[in-house]
Unconditional design. Structure first.
Length: 169
């Protein structure tokens, strides 16, 4: 049986990072407005290449395209376990890896990327075009919180959230 552990090895963000929503040109809502996604760039430490990542608060685990592992870095460790994942109307048996990823700051902020280590499922082929990472509860939301606003969203460390609202334990 797969057991996940929270990994609070994430560096702490001094301030929340604000990002605009992204229009991937997928579709429009019932009022004709484009569907906007909470998306920002992530990468692996020591590599310049970055990947578009969507935030999926309902996703059980962070999933990545095989190209993220193939880019090198991040010290991937195959856990030897697989997890059934349904995504984009398809079913996958995703191999699980422990991997270090890093959030890249918005273009208008002079800050270093923030790295975290967690469990990710690797999908091939990746079911969502225009992105290579879908950030879920395990591997992302255990290290960051996300606040969704009408025109943008913010990510910040779990510690900042706990400081403001308490730990809730």
């Amino acid at each position: 049986m797969l057991r996940f552990r929270a990994n609070r090895s994430c560096s702490v963000l001094a301030d929340a990072w604000l990002f605009p929503y992204t229009d991937f040109g997928e579709s429009h809502d019932a009022l004709g407005r484009p569907v906007l996604r909470a998306s920002f760039r992530v990468g692996v430490p020591g590599r310049r290449r970055s990947f578009s990542a969507l935030i999926d608060p309902g996703g059980p685990v962070t999933v990545i395209a095989h190209e993220v592992i193939a880019a090198g870095g991040g010290d991937p460790i195959d856990t030897g376990e697989r997890l059934p994942i349904r995504l984009g109307g398809r079913s996958f048996e995703a191999p699980l890896f422990e991997l270090t990823l890093e959030a890249r700051p918005p273009d208008d902020i002079d800050a270093s990327p923030i790295a975290w280590r967690g469990i990710v499922g690797v999908l091939s082929p990746f079911p969502h075009q225009a992105t290579s990472v879908i950030l879920g509860q395990i591997g992302f939301l255990e290290n960051f919180t996300v606040t969704f606003g009408p025109g943008r969203f913010a990510i910040e460390s779990v510690e900042a959230f706990d400081h403001r609202f308490g730990t809730g334990h």
